[in-house]
Design a binder for this molecule. Structure first.
Ligand SMILES: Nc1ncnc2c1ncn2[C@@H]1O[C@H](COP(=O)(O)OP(=O)(O)OP(=O)(O)O)[C@@H](O)[C@H]1O
Ligand SMILES: O=P(O)(O)OC[C@H]1O[C@H](OP(=O)(O)OP(=O)(O)O)[C@H](O)[C@@H]1O
Ligand SMILES: O=C(O)c1cccnc1
Length: 494
């Protein structure tokens, strides 16, 4: 029995209905029945053609710390039903107080390129335990995957230029900001302005200065001189407080004085006006003055589309500061990840696949214990992803049936190289996988993106990468849809 209070416990970070269902499973003797759930999303965000998986390490941290603290139990004891009676009986609360996770978790590594309907997480174990984790797992994976994807788009538009994440001031609260900084780094950002994210996750921190610095002095040259004196090794001058090109001249003057004292101006920052024209003018002025290595940083409501446009206009910006639109996932505020039951074990220990029907075929869940197999061509380029059911042994040669259209089929020969993307993370409640560094995850994102055709990665009307069900699984799903419909029809006639 856990008798310790823990005011930092996140165990109650769940929807009430998970606990009411858990109570029901417990009361009906089903708590220990084994089940398998899959966490997946149904469409890539931002009308894009790919998604970057993120959030796994925070999920593992959440699961490592998962236990009902005594103050969690005390709170649950206060909850009442409509009749004023306690919602949960004491024996159930006792059960929760003693609960230790004994689940298995398989997951796709952070920084992997993923596609709709592929399970990012597969949770297997007691149905009660699987159920009470649903909301928190979705909360963590949905947001970080969304932001890592946005960051991958923004950084790919920047074509190798550094992107600095400047979002903290307009992020969705404190945790939203920290999680966004982490995910943005995974997606490809070079640094964050968020110092706590730097401390917590080891992300490089970078920054310039604000207009207030310039405004607090009598003149811009005085402000730049004072800044140069303060930190001669970190000088990016914000030049647009009064007149941008005049500001560039003042920055050049300050840069010359820095040189005389043995230091180098790092660059200038533009934060308003026509960023293409101003950057071209500023570059010319800096080069003419002998500051060919000075960076031109730009910020001001940037996103992947504006960066792409500015590049096309010939902007000479070399560092991009991107805040609001990155950390708030403009213009898609959420990834629609879901968590669905795939199979349940019967009393004899046999796995029974489960399905949820929907009016829309694409929303009908996929039954089974799923795994994702990614096939490659001889150049290491990903060619097709196959979702298969581990309850149905597959032979070497496979047929992949497209998810959207069952008439589209891809034959795979046994010798085709592949990776199975779901990797064992937790066995019987214990983490069994090593945690990669954030740096390694960030590198993985870039390596992964190189495995996909540019047509899949483009922003507008991207080419649809092929994802399908292994043919046996497709047959099982079709069969189950027909049988379930038939059963529903018979029930409605009774
Ligand atoms: N050459 C350009 N092409 C397309 N969009 C640009 C270009 N230059 C700047 N922008 C974008 O246009 C938007 C408006 O910029 P602008 O500086 O005119 O207004 P602002 O944000 O109101 O300025 P301020 O920060 O001074 O209030 C910003 O999102 C900016 O990034
Ligand atoms: O535009 P974002 O992508 O969010 O990048 C961060 C912005 O935050 C800062 O200024 P702030 O917006 O606070 O004030 P300003 O617009 O008046 O410069 C900075 O100068 C950027 O413009
Ligand atoms: O360092 C900067 O220039 C910065 C940091 C946060 C937001 N905008 C700009």
């Amino acid at each position: 029995m856990n008798t310790t209070p823990d005011s930092n416990s996140l165990t109650l970070l769940t929807d009430l209905y998970q606990l009411t269902m858990a109570y029901g499973y417990w009361k009906h003797g089903k708590a220990d029945q084994s089940a398998v759930f899959h966490l997946f999303f149904r469409s890539s965000p931002f009308r894009g053609g790919y998604t970057i998986a993120a959030g796994l390490e925070p999920v593992l941290d959440f699961l490592r710390a998962f236990r009902f603290a005594s103050d969690d139990i005390d709170y649950l004891r206060t909850l009442q039903g409509n009749d004023g009676q306690p919602l949960f009986e004491p024996a159930f609360l006792q059960y929760l107080a003693e609960l230790e996770l004994t689940l298995d978790l398989d997951a796709i590594a952070e920084g992997t390129v993923v596609f709709p309907h592929e399970p990012l997480l597969r949770v297997r174990g007691s149905i009660l335990q699987c159920q009470i984790l649903e909301t928190a797992l979705l909360n963590i994976i949905n947001f970080q995957t969304l932001i890592a994807t946005k960051a991958a788009r923004v950084t790919s538009a920047a074509k190798g230029d550094a992107v600095l994440e400047f979002g903290l001031r307009r992020a969705q609260g404190i945790d939203g900001a920290l999680a966004a900084s982490r995910a943005a780094y995974i997606g490809g950002c070079a640094a964050t302005s968020n110092v706590l994210a730097g401390k917590r996750y080891g992300i490089p921190v970078k920054g310039t200065h604000a207009h207030s610095w310039v405004m607090s002095f009598d003149s811009e040259p005085t402000a730049f001189a004072a800044y140069a004196e303060t930190m001669p090794n970190n000088c990016v001058f914000l030049v647009d407080t009064y007149d941008t090109l005049q500001g560039v001249r003042h920055a050049i003057d300050a840069g010359k004085r820095l040189r005389e004292s043995g230091h180098q101006m790092v660059g200038i920052r533009l934060d308003s006006g026509d960023l293409a024209w101003l950057s071209i003018e500023a570059r010319r002025m800096l080069d003419d003055a002998g500051f060919q290595n000075a960076a031109i940083v730009a910020s001001n409501d940037l996103d992947e589309h504006l960066i792409q446009s500015l590049k096309l206009q010939g902007a000479t910006i070399s560092v991009w500061g991107v805040g609001t639109k990155l950390v708030t996932a403009y213009d898609q505020p959420a990834l629609g990840g879901v968590y669905k039951l795939g199979a349940i074990q019967d009393a004899a220990g046999n796995w029974q696949p489960k399905i949820k029907l929907s009016e829309q075929l694409i929303k009908t869940s996929t039954p089974g214990v799923q795994q994702v197999r990614r096939y490659y061509d001889s150049n290491g380029q990903a060619t097709v992803d196959m979702i298969y059911n581990q309850l149905q042994p597959i032979s070497g040669d496979c047929t992949v049936v497209a998810l959207q259209d069952a008439t589209h089929r891809t034959q795979i020969t046994a010798s085709t190289p592949y990776d199975d993307l779901l990797i064992p993370m937790i066995r019987n409640g214990q983490v069994v996988a090593d945690s990669p560094s954030l740096e390694d995850i960030r590198n993985r994102t870039q390596q992964q993106l190189q495995q996909f055709d540019r047509t899949v990665l483009r922003f507008d009307n991207p080419h649809k990468y092929r994802v399908g069900l292994e043919s046996e699984l497709h047959e099982l799903k079709s069969q189950m849809v027909l049988e379930t419909r038939q059963r529903a029809k018979q029930e409605s006639q009774q």
